[in-house]
Write a protein that binds this ligand. Structure first.
Ligand code: ADE
Length: 230
């Protein structure tokens, strides 16, 4: 998978993308991440990419010119057909099902903007899907882009050491994950449930499913609501 990121702050991505699973996925050629600085497409020598909003109001709005020029440049960097995502709190909320859907793509283009907003023509004039990572306002789309990359890349076949660990994640079957334990058997008086030490795999699977359901009912009943994605 190729992931292009259009951003005003390429440096923000360095530490996260160069660690752990994302780094390994790049080293092994599973993904290629290419950063492009929107400011390089500014029309003036001040590298101006935003301006005051027409009609007045606080803050600065990202100008369409540099974003369109940057996007058109990035599109041409690869022949692969791309799915383009605009990170914005106005988008549809990201979730595990969307991560799974994106993990099937050959190429993603992620556009991270400033918090104060985009000129509306960026939204309407580029063929993008709008995604939010939650109902709060970040200073820019960079962290949102990293969240999407992180959740998506770990679902690529071969990205995790153990294929099963993504399959059993919370949300992968619409439920929260069951409780997990490791050594020691007793820690500060807290004991690992006997069932997990029983060696009875069928019973363990049943117990885990039941725990998942109970935990989801208690902590996230909204996930069990059949109307939730409507
Ligand atoms: N940009 C600013 N806030 C955001 C959010 N919650 N999700 C995606 N992009 C954003």
């Amino acid at each position: 998978m190729r992931i292009d990121i259009l951003t005003l702050f390429p440096e923000v991505f360095a530490s996260h993308l160069n660690c752990s699973i994302i780094k390994r996925a790049q080293d092994e050629g599973l993904i290629q991440i290419v950063m492009t600085d929107i400011r390089d497409f500014a029309a003036d020598s001040y590298r101006k990419v935003d301006d005051k909003p027409y009609g007045g109001g606080p803050g600065m709005v990202m100008m369409p010119g540099p974003v369109f020029d940057c996007f058109e440049h990035v599109l041409k960097l690869s022949q692969e057909k791309a799915r383009t995502i605009l990170l914005t709190p106005q988008g549809k909320t990201f979730n595990q099902a969307k991560a799974l859907e994106l993990s099937a793509e050959k190429r993603l283009i992620l556009i991270a903007g400033k918090y104060e907003g985009f000129d509306e023509r960026i939204r309407t004039g580029l063929d993008t899907e709008q995604i939010s990572i939650g109902d709060y306002i970040l200073n820019g789309g960079e962290l949102a882009a990293m969240v999407i990359i992180d959740a998506t890349v770990r679902l690529l076949s071969g990205a995790l050491g153990d294929e099963d660990s993504a399959r059993d994640d919370s949300f992968s079957d619409g439920l929260l994950e069951y409780p997990q334990y490791t050594r020691p058997e007793v820690f500060r008086g807290m004991k690992v449930p006997d069932i997990l030490l029983s060696g009875n795999h069928k019973k363990i699977a049943e117990w885990r499913k039941q725990q998942s359901i109970e935990r989801t009912k208690k902590n996230r009943p909204d996930l069990l609501d059949p109307e939730k994605d409507k």
